[in-house]
Design a protein around this ligand. Structure first.
Ligand code: HEC
Ligand code: HEC
Ligand code: HEC
Ligand code: HEC
Ligand code: HEC
Length: 328
């Protein structure tokens, strides 16, 4: 039989534990706070942002066939880190992002970019009264925020050497313009880059002049805040030329003259020919056939390889950026 004293002792101890736990228990979260498990949950309240994001490469990063092919369907698990990342603000801006285990098909999504370690959402304003509990976070608009994923191939490092960096024009100023140019309407989340030929066209100008019996083509990086092209070794921009009869009949076959590209590590025979911001590259065309009327063109490719390297077909396999005609 338990003595009254022991029973009393247990009751007192129990009451103390209960009391302490009440004192030390953290206040319950506000009723409206939600724990988000999918970026689809943001769609109902942020329809415009969601539609823009759905049209971005960020939303494709896990399902993108090019990524699937090169990563062997993510059997190379190193590739998961940036293509299905945990929240950037959780791992910290100075660190490489980490792979996440769930909702990988959403790729680089709202939660990966916005969620703070405590579950609230980094934004430009403080609101404790709405479901996602936004917190004003200056880091969001800084280049350091894109760097954990985008400096792997040195885009942020390249940017630091530019006039844009000196003038405080960062990644979001070019890639996330304010909607309708109005700061009150927020930033466009489509974040177009190399997949949009309109964006690529803004990066460079193409000119060509006759100097003696040669043609000098000039490509100037006037609009990219980093090298042209940047980020992916698979990107290439090629200068081609062809004879162009005056009578309007079809031009001759395209002839390759120059390539802008950062080679893969195994391509030891190639040198890095990327064009830094504000710089001009001159390409000499000395072929005797170029003494007549010719057309010079710049093409952009998302993959560096031609189906038949001996006979590249820029019009079929690349996209036209700019073209100029040079008279005899
Ligand atoms: C440190 C972050 C990071 C890691 C790790 C990473 N990627 Fe990427 N990947 C990126 C970024 C950022 C881009 C966008 C660059 C661009 O569009 O030029 C990209 C773009 C790509 C593209 C181009 C997609 C397209 O449609 O053109 C391919 C393919 C790709 N990655 C494959 C891989 C593979 C394969 C691996 C693993 C070996 C990998 N990535 C690992 C950040 C990363
Ligand atoms: C139930 C509606 C609702 C849901 C769901 C919701 N939000 Fe919000 N969110 C709001 C409201 C309301 C505001 C404050 C005013 C505004 O920006 O429209 C806001 C503000 C924000 C802001 C700050 C806006 C700024 O101007 O700086 C961010 C960032 C944000 N939400 C991200 C998210 C993300 C990411 C998700 C999904 C994980 C999400 N929200 C889900 C309603 C919602
Ligand atoms: C690649 C990172 C990235 C992704 C993905 C992303 N955002 Fe953003 N978001 C930003 C940045 C950067 C800003 C601008 C912050 C600033 O201006 O200081 C921003 C701004 C916002 C704002 C403020 C108002 C506005 O429209 O600009 C809201 C709301 C928002 N994001 C919600 C979302 C939602 C919802 C998703 C998913 C559908 C999403 N974001 C996906 C980086 C991202
Ligand atoms: C968590 C990693 C991550 C962060 C943070 C991130 N990105 Fe990306 N970004 C990617 C990946 C991965 C891709 C390539 C997706 C694909 O094509 O499969 C990409 C692609 C892009 C592209 C290429 C679009 C195109 O048309 O080819 C642009 C531009 C871009 N990001 C801009 C930004 C900017 C600006 C920021 C900072 C505000 C940012 N990203 C933050 C991972 C990230
Ligand atoms: C002055 C405007 C400007 C600034 C600043 C800028 N970019 Fe770009 N970016 C461009 C243009 C134009 C292109 C298209 C040409 C190219 O690929 O270089 C581009 C292309 C890209 C691409 C696509 C490359 C590909 O292979 O598809 C990525 C990714 C990118 N930028 C990321 C960034 C990041 C990250 C920053 C910040 C460090 C940044 N950009 C700053 C204008 C800018």
């Amino acid at each position: 039989m338990l003595s009254t004293r022991i029973v009393l002792g247990i009751v007192v101890l129990g009451a103390t534990v209960l009391g302490l736990s009440l004192v030390f228990q953290r206040p319950p979260p506000p009723a409206e706070a939600s724990v988000f498990t999918s970026s689809n949950q943001c769609q109902a309240c942020h329809a415009t942002v969601h539609a823009e994001w759905a049209d971005s490469q960020h939303a494709q990063s896990w399902i993108n066939p090019a990524v699937r092919a090169l990563s062997n369907d993510f059997a190379n698990t190193d590739c998961i880190d940036c293509h299905a990342p945990r929240p950037v603000l959780e791992t910290g801006l100075a660190n490489r992002v980490l792979p996440r285990e769930s909702r990988r098909s959403e790729g680089v999504d709202c939660i990966a970019c916005h969620q703070l370690p405590d579950g609230r959402m980094a934004g430009t304003l403080d609101r404790a009264d709405v479901a996602c509990r936004p917190v004003a976070t200056r880091d969001l608009a800084r280049v350091e925020y894109c760097a954990p994923c985008h400096d792997q191939h040195k885009t942020v490092t390249q940017w630091r050497e530019t006039e844009y960096a000196r003038n405080g024009i960062g990644c979001v100023d070019c890639h996330m313009p304010f909607r309708n140019g109005d700061p009150n309407q927020g930033r466009d989340h489509a974040m177009h880059g190399g997949h949009s030929i309109d964006v690529v066209r803004k990066a460079v100008t193409l000119g060509a002049d006759r100097v003696g019996d040669k043609v000098l083509a000039r490509v100037e990086n006037v609009g990219a805040g980093h090298h042209f092209p940047t980020d992916e070794r698979s990107r290439a921009a090629d200068v081609f030329w062809r004879t162009l009869p005056k009578d309007g009949s079809a031009g001759g076959p395209w002839r390759w003259a120059y390539r802008f590209r950062s080679p893969y590590r195994h391509e030891v025979e190639l040198v890095d020919t990327l064009l830094p911001a504000h710089q001009t590259r001159e390409v000499e065309i000395a072929d005797p056939d170029a003494r007549g009327r010719i057309e010079v063109a710049l093409f952009y490719k998302l993959s560096p390889y031609w189906k038949d390297p001996a006979n590249p077909d820029p019009e079929g396999e690349a996209r036209l950026v700019h073209r100029v005609v040079v008279e005899p």
